[in-house]
Design a protein around this ligand. Structure first.
Ligand code: EPZ
Length: 420
């Protein structure tokens, strides 16, 4: 397994381009299942999770090809609408094939994703919605079996805003008979991007990005040809890298409207952030100011940036309170940061981070995608060498992060085949 080796202490400077969004691409590629013919996706990041979904669609009989940053998905022939356990367990977003498969083929057999490192992450809202659309849902042997001759529009009120739940049901309702109204929807930019893609296929969706989405079902859809939106979480991670090193960086492609909650807190922590050169420029103080934050559904502070901002706050002036409300176990980076000299106390969903003057490099272990990013960030600040092991977690959601950081002046390299 590879590792990432960092020698910290250099303020980052320069300009970096954000890649396409992982969490926008995954539902959009799943949506290709809704139409016969070949869909085209431009600006697709080369990530492990994207490859996993491509393999899953290939397993079903779709043809998936990549030419540079363009991915083609031909869903003409999908012989078996099934997502097997061994594929779903490596990437829970595979559950996004459920809605499209039932809508187009009238049946689907998808492995229940099971828990993951950051929490139980049930899909009860996905299943409740499909039942309300008329699907017959059976749970057996760890699989969801869904069947429906033709889905029928319905009003669905989510118990809580769920990103992939909203996405799955938007896709299912696109081919249902009549009108579906989804209420208490997730408002993340990736949901709006999926609606744009579905409308490009001929769907009739309004309101995506707000908490009420209306879908008027159509009888058939055509392939799409779309450009993937920039990855706001990668953008936020790169901004945090500038913050933790007291740097001056332009993140090209970052869209301010996608990061309201995160930018507000970074500014409160003393960073100057302005729209410049088709992206965002951040000029950070040598040490950030302490700031309290709580994660919440969009437009609140994104849970996917919690570990990264926490890393910055380990060297802040003062103490910060961090509350994680979205997932039940998303503080696994804390103990590794403590091994690097951070002073963090966790009590349930709350972590109190007391800023220290310096961190010291250490061998650390990545446990999940965003935790591994926060350890890399801490290594950029720490004195001496940090070695982040199990960076396959990082490769799920970041395209060559170490190369991007090196181009900004960081002393960082990937070590092939390091010990586990
Ligand atoms: C999406 O996951 C993202 N993944 C996650 O990003 C992100 O952290 C999360 O949204 C929250 O923003 C993709 O888009 C592929 P949810 P998702 O359903 O859809 C509970 C990353 O790092 N819930 O919005 O699975 C759930 O347990 C990943 O890129 C139910 O109870 O998240 C959680 O507490 C990690 N029942 C909360 O809702 C359900 O049926 C929000 O989950 C569905 C969700």
């Amino acid at each position: 397994m590879d590792a990432i080796e960092i020698t910290g202490g250099r303020p980052l400077s320069g300009e970096v381009q954000v890649s396409g969004s992982k969490n926008a691409t995954l539902p959009q590629i799943a949506a290709a299942l809704l139409a016969p013919g070949r869909s085209t996706f431009r600006g697709v990041p080369d990530l492990a999770d994207i490859r996993t979904l491509g393999k899953l669609l290939g397993h079903m009989g779709a043809r998936v090809e990549r030419d540079g940053a363009t991915v083609y998905v031909d869903a003409d022939r999908v012989a078996n609408p099934e997502a097997p356990y061994e594929m779903v367990k490596t990437m829970r977003a595979s559950v996004l094939v459920l809605g499209p498969l039932v809508a187009r083929f009238g049946r689907a057999r998808v492995s229940l994703p099971g828990g993951c490192a950051i929490g139980a992450r049930p899909i009860d809202q996905h299943l409740k919605g499909l039942q309300l659309l008329g699907a017959k849902i059976d749970l057996a042997h760890g699989y969801v079996e869904a069947q429906a001759a033709r889905l029928r529009g319905a009003t669905i009120l989510f118990d809580l805003p769920t990103v992939t739940g909203t996405e799955n049901l938007m896709m299912a309702a696109a081919l249902a008979e009549g009108r579906t109204v989804l209420e208490n929807c997730a408002r993340e930019p990736e949901v709006a991007a999926l609606a744009d893609a579905l409308n490009a296929m001929g769907a009739r969706i309004q309101g995506a990005g707000s908490s009420v989405v209306t879908i008027d079902g159509v009888n058939s859809l055509r392939p799409m040809d779309i450009q993937v939106i920039p990855d706001r979480i990668e953008a936020g991670t790169l901004l945090a890298a500038a913050m933790i090193t007291g740097g001056d960086v332009v993140v090209r492609g970052a869209r301010p409207e996608d990061l309201d909650g995160a930018l507000a807190k970074m500014r409160e922590a003393g960073a100057r952030i302005s729209a410049e050169r088709g992206g965002l420029r951040i000029v950070a103080p040598e040490r950030p100011d302490a700031v309290d934050f709580i994660t919440a559904p969009f437009p609140g502070f994104p849970t996917d940036l919690q570990a990264q901002l926490m890393a910055c706050l380990t060297v802040a002036r003062g103490a910060s309170r961090v509350v994680e409300t979205v997932f039940e176990n998303r503080f696994m980076h804390v103990q590794e940061l403590v091994r690097m000299g951070a002073d963090i106390a966790v009590d349930g969903h709350t972590a109190v981070v007391r800023g220290v003057a310096r961190l010291s490099g250490a061998p650390v272990m990545a446990t999940d995608l965003r935790a591994s990013a926060s350890l890399v960030l801490a290594g950029l600040r720490a004195e001496g060498k940090t070695k982040v092991h199990r960076v396959y977690h990082l490769d799920r959601g970041y395209e060559s992060l170490e190369k991007k950081l090196a181009a900004l002046g960081a002393n960082v390299r990937r070590v092939k085949g390091a010990l586990a």
